[in-house]
Every structure is written in structure tokens, then in C-alpha cells.
Design a protein around this ligand. Structure first.
Ligand code: NDP
Length: 254
């Protein structure tokens, strides 16, 4: 259906070389988009590209550290050089360091904020002129349940993910006149490298998540694909500034 088609569109997914980013990249590619995966680890990217199967020919990888403004700019430039345009940017790259708030040093705080929040801002800033030039675009920021809730081990992570929602609203208001829609996805608990580590570090997390998720399971990266495809497609052209949970009901259960 034309309304949901991404044929001829070009997307960048930061952190698309694994986890949720790869789940989203698969969905965008299946809907017809050419997808450029971005991240730091090229070996992981080779495996990720291979997992895209018949869509892999339309997709590629560019190494980029989103904490560095110059690398964000080069990422956008390499996308335009390769595909001629940029229609969709998924700001998904993220990380966490878990400890009580009183124990973080400044470098740890900045590392999480720089990756999760500043990285999304820098990539969006770099993408804006290109989207404006081509008459519009879609920005999709990845928040978290920590955009809504707190947790005793997540000071910089939750601060960054709360910030992602506000950044989404600001960019949505600023760039609506350029036909750029900006929305956030708030994933529930998804089984990835990030949360496998969390399950090792936070006692009882696995069971608490299962008990509170009405769907009765942890999510998988592919669970995020459908919403991302919608937010990347013309079907969502009148939706902007929204922060939409994709969480198996986690956020509606006390
Ligand atoms: P993963 O650790 O599996 O993936 C994170 C990705 O981000 C990796 O591909 C990594 O690639 C990339 N990345 C990390 N730092 C940088 C950087 N500085 N520059 C470029 N890329 C970077 O985690 P998830 O898939 O779980 O997380 C993806 C997003 O989803 C994150 O924003 C996370 O906060 C969010 N999220 C995850 C949830 C979950 O339950 N899993 C729940 C809610 C939100 P590389 O190492 O190659 O750089």
C-alpha cells in the first residue's frame, strides 16, 4: 500500500548494527527503503548486513561515533554521497552504566548523556539541511520506559531518555514548517546485549519485567519494526512530537 511504502526512501539507523536498531532496520528495508547502518563496530555490522538477506544489496554500513559532531556530519554526507538523499533518521544508538547516583564519576555521566542524547541532537542537526532541501523527512528518536519512570541505578540513562522526549517535542515544533515529522518510540524491555548485561547486574530484573508486562514476555528487536515503519512512512504525516510506547503494556500496568 502506497501509504505505508518506503520504496525509494533512504534511511539511516544509528546503532543499526545490532539489537533494536537492527530490528528497525530490517523493517524499514522490508518496506522498501535503502538503509545505512551506523555504529562503531564494523565486524558487528558485517553480521548485521548478512542478516538482512535479500534486502542487504540496498543497505550498507558507515562507521560513526555519534558522540562526535564531525562523525555525525560525515555520516550524513556519506549517506547523501552514496544514495543521493536522506529521508529517515532513526536516532537509536545508546548505552547505559548502572550504579547508585552517588557513585557515578563525571566521565561516566557524560558518556551516557553524550551517546544517548547529544548524539541524537548532533545527528538530527546534521540531517536537517538535507531533509529540508528535499522537502521533508522523518526523525525517529528512541526513548525508553526510563523516559517515563525512574530507577535507582539509572541516573544518566533516565536523564538522557527523559531528554529525548523533550528534544523530540522541540524539533517537532521547530521543523514542522519544513515538513519534517519528529517522533519518539519508547520501547519496553527488549532482549538485547544492553539488557542481557542489565539482567546480570540488577538482581530480580528479569522476573520483575515479566511480572509487570501484560504481554507476558520480554520483547524482541523485531517488535519495534512495525511502529518505526509507520513513523517513517507517509501514513504518519500528521503525527509529530509524539512519544509512543511499544512495550507489551508495561507502562499501563501498576
Ligand atoms: P545494544 O547495546 O544492543 O545496541 C546499541 C547500539 O548502539 C549498538 O549497535 C552500538 O553499536 C550503538 N552505539 C553505542 N554507542 C554508540 C556510539 N557512540 N556511536 C554510534 N553507535 C553507538 O542495545 P539496544 O538495542 O537494547 O538499544 C538500542 C536503543 O534502544 C538504545 O538507545 C537504548 O537505550 C534503547 N532502549 C533499549 C531497551 C531494551 O530493553 N533493550 C529499552 C528501551 C530503550 P557499536 O557498539 O558498534 O557502536
Amino acid at each position: 500500500m502506497e501509504l505505508f511504502s518506503l520504496g525509494g526512501r533512504v534511511a539511516i539507523v544509528t546503532g543499526g548494527n545490532g539489537g533494536i536498531g537492527l530490528g528497525i532496520a530490517k523493517g524499514l528495508a522490508e518496506a522498501g527503503a535503502a538503509v545505512l547502518l551506523a555504529g562503531r563496530d564494523a565486524r558487528k555490522a558485517t553480521k548485521a548486513l548478512a542478516s538482512l538477506g535479500s534486502e542487504a544489496g540496498r543497505c550498507g554500513f558507515t562507521a560513526a561515533d555519534v558522540t562526535q559532531r564531525s562523525e555525525c556530519q560525515k555520516l550524513i554526507a556519506s549517506c547523501v554521497a552514496r544514495y543521493g538523499r536522506l529521508d529517515i533518521l532513526v536516532n537509536n544508538a545508546g548505552t547505559s552504566i548502572r550504579r547508585p547516583p552517588e557513585e557515578y564519576n563525571e566521565a561516566e555521566w557524560h558518556h551516557v548523556l553524550d551517546t544517548n542524547l547529544t548524539g541524537a541532537f548532533l545527528c538530527s542537526q546534521a540531517a536537517y539541511p538535507e531533509m529540508k532541501r528535499s522537502g521533508g523527512g522523518k526523525l525517529i528518536n528512541i526513548g525508553s520506559m526510563m523516559s517515563i519512570f525512574g530507577a535507582p541505578y539509572a541516573a544518566p540513562y533516565a536523564a538522557s531518555k527523559g531528554g529525548i522526549v523533550q528534544l523530540t517535542r522541540v524539533l517537532a515544533t521547530a521543523w514542522a514548517r519544513d515538513n519534517i515529522q519528529v517522533n519518539a518510540i519508547l520501547p519496553g524491555w527488549i532482549d538485547t546485549e544492553l539488557t542481557r548485561k542489565a539482567r546480570r547486574e540488577v538482581e530480580g530484573l528479569h522476573e520483575r519485567v515479566l511480572a509487570r508486562t501484560p504481554a507476558g514476555r520480554w520483547g524482541v528487536p523485531e517488535d519495534l519494526a512495525g511502529l518505526a515503519m509507520f513513523l517513517a512512512s507517509p501514513a504518519s504525516d500528521f503525527i509529530t512530537g509524539a512519544a509512543i510506547p511499544a512495550d507489551g503494556g508495561y507502562s499501563i500496568q501498576a
